[in-house]
Design a protein. Sequence first.
Length: 503
Amino acid sequence: MKNKLILGTLFLTVTGFITRIIGFFYRIFLSNALGARLLGIYQLIFPVYGVCFTLFASGIQTAISKQVAEREATGDSAGTRRILFSGILISAASALITAILVFFGAPFIADTFLKEAECAKSLSLLALSFPFCGITSCIHGYCYGLKKSFLPATSQLVEQSVRVIFLYIVSVSIPVTCELAIAALVAGELSSCLYCICGNILYQKKRKSEKHTEKKEGSIPKKLLSMSLPLTTNRLFINILHSFETFLVPLALRRFGLSRDASLSIFGILSGMTMSFLMFPGTLTNSLSVLLLPVISESAARDNTRTLSRSTASAVKYSVLLGVCAGFTFFFFGEELGTTVFSEERAGIYLKNLSFLCPFLYVSTTFQSILNGLGKMNLTFLSSVLGLSLRAVLFAVLIPKLGVYGYFVSLLISQLFLALFELTMIRKSIRFPFDAVNTLLKPSLLLLAAASFFYKLYEFLAVQTTISHLLLLALCGILLALTTLGLFIVTGILKRGELTGTE
């Protein structure tokens, strides 16, 4: 695997973890300020945001990243700039139209689709962020295509920091509401957009002084649209399915016999607390995936099967390895994490039950990036549709019978199916080795011993000392991570050549 991929992934990971840590404290503050029910209402807004973001940004970002990577491989720097500016025009126009529709149609969306009239004001505020999100996404796609991760990574820090600072300052004088939380989000997106624009201007001034070749190959907007429209259509359909799934969970919980407020509270705990923990380690696979796409695209364009095989093998190995590590950690420490961090016992119980999901969840992100890099977006779309459809059916059948445990079973079955389907599709195009002993067997045995030891140590110290449980959890977590890292190196699970790209 290329050094640029490794370094970019590490940088995105470090900044991603910092962003997630900031977001963690932000989410803790929100959960305490809003409560489980209002947090559930707050989370209902984001499926709408996901659908809208897909319309004006998601497909065009991927199209920009892929086309920029291809142009850069031929030395056409001027062409990459034209791709960026064309993409920004398309995305900004789409975002503005979407924002107007959502701003004025918020009451209809809240009443008809969300079934929660309280969401209307928040949706109107959310619409103000759409143009900023569109521009930011295009610049991110451009940077990912060049395998330059600094600007996207630091812009995430800017967005998250401004959001937290804004909400903290304003909350001193007025109570925290869903609308105030959305206003903080808009402030963060605006700041991130301005930061990206300034950063890109400085970078373009630097690039203009470099020598480059220029190749004119047809209409760039037409090419962007021809690639982004199928992606947008596919992802829109997926987001609609995902949104339906989000609305389905509270309704299915009511069919189980829970009240409206109890259903919203459980949904708020699951989506606003438990999933925050579960997705936290995914920072690594998310960082890897956005940088893996242009590497796969370049290698496929040059028919470099050796790089394809090595890049895929390493990415899959470390995605699965991360999932195994996170799964054991959440299984042993999940209940304490939920109780200590969010003061909500159910969040910890849910986290422990969902710990088995981690390996399949993280590797699926990598699989989708590989398929997109190979130009097989139709297979990514098909796998997502099948997985979400299966999950929705399982939700509708199992949650009314089993309650929240039906939610756990449904997620596990659908995510396992999704990962296996994507793996099968990739293996048809790329032959890569998979070391099951060093990726699954040895790590599981080592983590079983290490995690159980440090959990016992935590229990002992929690009783014998007056140190806060949060500090003890942090201490035991750090010791577990360092011990695991040392054991992985000593036993040959982590190989120096894979990490440096020299193997």
